[in-house]
Design a protein around this ligand. Structure first.
Ligand code: DAK
Length: 259
């Protein structure tokens, strides 16, 4: 598939593939076509055995300034229902490979929601996060009221959602929304460094660990613990478990094969 609104680079560093949103003039506004491409890209990389971690980025000025307002402006509720954008977001959510967002500049509306859909967020000092949908007469529709609230708590989430206030990378870090704030010159490098670390682990263990952490968001504790236990047991059926533990005993680095 040819991509117009995104770029993909496989194995940008060992085990890591990069997806870059590429509508710079529109601040990477998430038009339908871009979202379609993004769905394909995630599926492609999720099936690629060499890709053990994915980094999703934009550019220095914008990660993404939200869904494309110009494209959405004239739509009716029935149009929205028929287009069913949610299936695209749901498909991206199913990515098993760990995903790190490398965010600089604007991460607004759907852009903030897309970053929150990722498993970790590395931000540049110039990053700004916000859910400004209220200012255009709507509200967040792709997880902004749920994931943001779980990450930063009710007080800040309510203020951001009801006033459209942006928060800086530093504030986002203090609130627990993101993992790192680094100078703008190195935010992508830093995300790739973190991704390399993730990619050096057993990919099966990473996938099941990711799945288990995400389970904590939508299940009662006992159910989550049972889920975790099953995944834990399952890893003892892998060669990577044997390799990882043998490497520890033999005082060498493990060579995980994803088997
Ligand atoms: N959509 C379309 N175009 C956008 C855009 C957007 N969200 N954001 C920026 N642009 C365009 C601008 O129109 C401008 O284009 P030209 O006028 O040059 O043609 C260009 O990008 C540069 O923007 P500005 O000239 O405005 O640049 P400034 O530095 O002055 O301002 C800004 C930057 C980010 C503060 C400003 O552009 C802005 O406020 N943008 C809108 C931010 C926003 O409200 N975002 C939330 C959109 S609503 C759903 C899933 C998700 C969503 C909905 C449904 N489903 C699953 C159903 C999400 C909804 C949203 O995200």
């Amino acid at each position: 598939m040819q991509f117009e609104f995104i770029k993909i680079e496989k194995q940008v560093v060992k085990g890591v593939s990069l997806i870059q949103l590429n509508r710079p003039k529109e601040l990477n506004a998430l038009c339908l076509e871009l979202m379609e491409e993004l769905v394909h890209a995630f599926k492609l990389l999720d099936q690629d055995e060499e890709t053990r971690c994915i980094v999703l980025t934009g550019n220095e000025r914008a990660f993404a300034a939200g869904a494309d307002i110009k494209q959405m402006a004239g739509r009716t509720a029935i149009d929205m229902l028929k287009i069913d954008q949610f299936s695209k977001w749901d498909s991206i959510k199913k990515t098993k490979t760990p995903v790190i967002a490398a965010v600089s500049g604007f991460a607004l509306g759907g852009g903030c929601e897309l970053a929150m859909l990722c498993d970790m967020i590395v931000a540049s000092e110039s990053a700004q996060f916000g859910q400004p949908e209220i200012k255009i007469g709507v509200m967040p529709g792709a997880g902004g009221t749920q994931r943001l609230t779980r990450a930063v708590g009710k007080a800040l989430a309510m203020e951001m959602v009801l006033t459209g206030k942006f928060i800086t990378a530093r504030e986002a870090w203090n609130a627990g929304l993101i993992n790192r704030v680094v100078p703008v010159e190195i935010y992508l490098q830093e995300a790739l460094k973190l991704a390399t670390q993730v990619a050096s682990m057993s990919p099966i263990a990473s996938q099941l660990a990711k799945e288990s952490v995400l389970k904590a968001f939508d299940s009662p504790l006992e159910e989550g613990l049972q889920f975790e236990r099953k995944n834990f047991y399952m890893l003892f059926a892998t060669e990577d478990q044997k390799e990882g533990m043998a490497a520890f005993v033999e005082k060498r680095n493990p060579d995980f094969k994803g088997k």
